[in-house]
Write a new protein. Structure first.
Ligand SMILES: Cc1cc2nc3c(=O)[nH]c(=O)nc-3n(C[C@H](O)[C@H](O)[C@H](O)COP(=O)(O)O)c2cc1C
Length: 205
């Protein structure tokens, strides 16, 4: 690419908030990127019918995950299960309870390319029965977390972080797991400025 063309292309990029979808990054693309991104936001979030928010097209945790990625310039990866949870809240509650009882590891689709390149990983999830959904643990077990700093964040409808940070520390003993951020799901969904302020305060700490 000619130098002038390159400069024009660079000028067209936003100055900050360059979050990229890590799921679409492959070895070749990463090699061609100007700098290696060391921060990743990985999250699970469910659409469909949920408590206090009705039928949602974008999950509450997804909204917060995107705010964090935009603010930090992190890559973004969404955990997706092979078999989607029910769109019905009542049915999903039962599915989640069964998975928790069985300590299940539901299969997930795809993976983060070049997980090794990240040293700070924000992990986001809804609180399900006091802890992250079991598919988050499926993701944990796919990777080597030694030396990583993990920053948990969740959305919930009353439990706050519940037992999730404890569960993550137990699952990832080789990582340093910081204190987490909890935002009420209906705030993320219906009051973006309030959710953004909570995110900004947490990131500023
Ligand atoms: C299966 C299931 C279990 C839940 N368990 C809890 C819970 O234990 N405590 C709580 O505060 N909220 C609970 N909730 C509410 C969710 O944590 C909340 O709606 C969250 O914002 C959903 O995030 P999402 O849209 O990213 O999936 C539960 C919701 C579902 C669907």
């Amino acid at each position: 690419m000619k130098r002038t063309t390159l400069l024009t292309a660079l000028a067209a990029l936003p100055l900050c908030g360059c979050a990229q979808d890590a799921s679409t990054t492959n070895q070749t693309e990463t090699a061609a990127m100007p700098a290696t991104n060391r921060t990743l936001v990985v999250y699970y979030s469910r659409t469909g019918e949920n408590y206090a928010v009705g039928n949602i097209a974008e999950g509450n945790t997804a909204i917060v995950a995107k705010m964090i990625a935009a603010k930090t310039g992190a890559d973004l990866f969404e955990i997706k299960t092979e078999k989607a949870y029910a769109a019905s809240y009542d049915v999903c509650i039962e599915e989640a309870k069964k998975e928790l009882r069985e300590d299940a590891r539901p299969a997930i689709v795809g993976d983060v390319a070049n997980f090794d390149q990240y040293d700070t990983i924000y992990v986001g999830y809804p609180i399900w029965w006091g802890v992250p959904p079991m598919c988050v643990f499926t993701f944990f077990e796919k990777h080597d977390w030694a030396g990583k700093t993990v920053k948990p964040f969740c959305t919930h409808e009353g439990s706050g972080l519940g037992g999730s940070v404890r569960a993550i520390r137990k699952a990832l003993p080789a990582a340093t797991v910081t204190d987490g951020l909890a935002i009420q799901g209906q705030t993320a969904q219906n009051d973006r400025p309030a959710a953004q302020s909570a995110v900004d305060r947490w990131l500023g700490k």
